[in-house]
Design a protein around this ligand. Structure first.
Ligand SMILES: *Cc1c(COP(=O)(O)O)cnc(C)c1O
Length: 425
């Protein structure tokens, strides 16, 4: 082990506390987590000089690859001017331009306002607070509940987490946060009385943390119709699905749906910096005008961070410059064909779930039974995949394959080969 690696691990294991991590195992003697020191395109290098393909886009964030000259240049140019100033009381050119660009993806008169924050969780938190305050200010105080879907994941701040349905994450906070009604399908939702409901929130097309589980085709459009009939607002959590991940820039465009709130984060800056956006309609915005106490009392210190806005604008420009979306269908078909072959040749592959550039590979025993949870097979497989030059993280026993959209067919093959070799051994 190189001195640089040793020193990093020593300080980390003495002082860092990692997200969603069993720290005792992390700090155990013999556990040597990778120290990532460099990235270029879809590749990551560790401090020992080994190269890996970024198979989950650095936890679902990266779009056009690492150290992209266009994004690097945009951040550097802004850094030469100013890194950050306050969006409370002031504005700056890049935030104004970015807000205009984001609204420009939707028809005039629909999503017209952008509220910036930092992460997926805060983008959701913001939508929930807006949706809730909107009802208070339109004389509908009884409409104070949110509807969320079973096994949903919307982030970890208290409000966002209270709408989550993944038991292992939310049982510690049950009973706190927003009042929530959980439903598992459109049928169940349609049977529910609507008087108390402010808004319904969903991860459109596919639930991420729920082991990459797609919704039935047409479900999103049906949900929009139901919202129109009942006056319930529709909040779309496109934190994972946004920015091309499903094959279109936004997942809602796959079913011609425009939500009342659209939450964007992970891919907004191409995976470079924490920045999030909550988009909403002019009608909702208007309910916050008038007397001072009607305004939206919410915000974070780094709202509309200038470096983040620079990265986001460069990210959007790259979609045009590199024809990112136009190139996706061929790549998506290539992933599908490769995964079908993987399923045909590996008895451990139980089910492939794919939505555009997002894929989940569920592993089970050849008899179709799940492996015991404590065996942590998914983790063990991902650990082995590192030896074949692939980095990814499982969700239980579902392996995630979600490389940057910039991946070439050859790079996709590298990831598929690594999975095949790993499953073989
Ligand atoms: C990651 C994610 C979030 C939370 O975003 P953070 O940036 O981690 O706070 C919310 N919703 C979905 C669908 C996500 O994938």
């Amino acid at each position: 082990m190189r001195e640089e690696t040793r020193r990093c691990l020593q300080s980390d294991q003495a002082h860092c506390w990692h997200p969603f991590t069993r720290q005792a195992e992390w700090c155990a003697r013999g556990h040597e987590p990778l120290v990532i020191v460099r990235g270029e395109g879809v590749w990551l290098w560790d401090s020992e000089g080994r190269r890996y393909l970024d198979g989950n886009s650095s936890i679902w964030t990266n779009i056009h690859g690492h150290a992209h000259p266009v994004i690097n240049e945009a951040i550097t140019a802004q850094l030469g001017k100013i890194a950050h100033s306050s969006f409370l009381g002031f504005t700056h050119p890049l935030a104004a331009e970015l807000a205009e660009r984001l609204c420009g993806y939707f028809p005039t008169g629909s999503l017209e306002r952008v509220f910036f924050s930092d992460d997926g969780s805060t983008a959701i938190e913001c939508a929930l607070k807006m949706a809730s305050q909107y009802r208070q200010q339109t004389g509908e105080t009884g409409r104070d509940h949110f509807v969320a879907f079973t096994n949903a994941y919307h982030g970890d701040t208290l409000g966002a987490a209270s709408l989550g349905g993944v038991k292992r994450f939310v049982e510690r906070i049950s009973g706190r946060g927003f009042p929530v009604i959980q439903v598992s399908s459109m049928t169940e939702l349609s049977a529910h009385p609507v008087e108390r409901i402010a808004a319904v929130i969903i991860e459109p097309l596919i639930q991420g943390v729920n082991e990459m589980r797609p919704w039935p085709t047409g479900m999103l459009a049906a949900l929009r119709r139901w919202c129109d009939e009942t006056g319930v607002h529709l909040i779309l959590d496109e934190v994972m699905t946004g920015f091309g991940r499903t094959g279109k820039l936004f997942a809602c465009q796959q079913e011609q749906v425009i939500p009342d709130f659209l939450c964007l984060a992970k891919g907004l800056t191409g995976g470079y910096l924490p920045l999030a956006a909550t988009l909403t309609t002019g009608e909702i915005y208007d309910a916050f005008l008038g007397s001072p106490e009607r305004s939206f009392s919410y915000g974070h210190s780094y709202t509309a961070n200038a470096l983040g806005c620079a990265a986001a604008l460069a990210n959007l420009n790259l979609f045009t410059q590199e024809k990112t979306l136009e190139r996706l269908p061929e790549k998506i078909a290539h992933i599908a064909a490769g995964l079908a072959q993987l399923q045909a040749t590996s008895p451990l592959v139980h089910k492939i779930r794919q939505c555009g550039f997002i894929a989940g590979i569920e592993l089970r025993r050849p008899d179709g039974e799940k492996f015991p949870v404590h065996e942590r097979l998914g983790e063990a497989i991902c650990h082995q995949a590192k030896r074949h030059g692939l980095l990814t993280r499982p969700i239980l026993d579902t392996l995630v394959l979600m490389p940057p959209l910039s991946s070439t067919l050859g790079e996709i093959d590298h990831a598929l080969d690594a999975l095949r070799e790993t499953l073989k051994s």
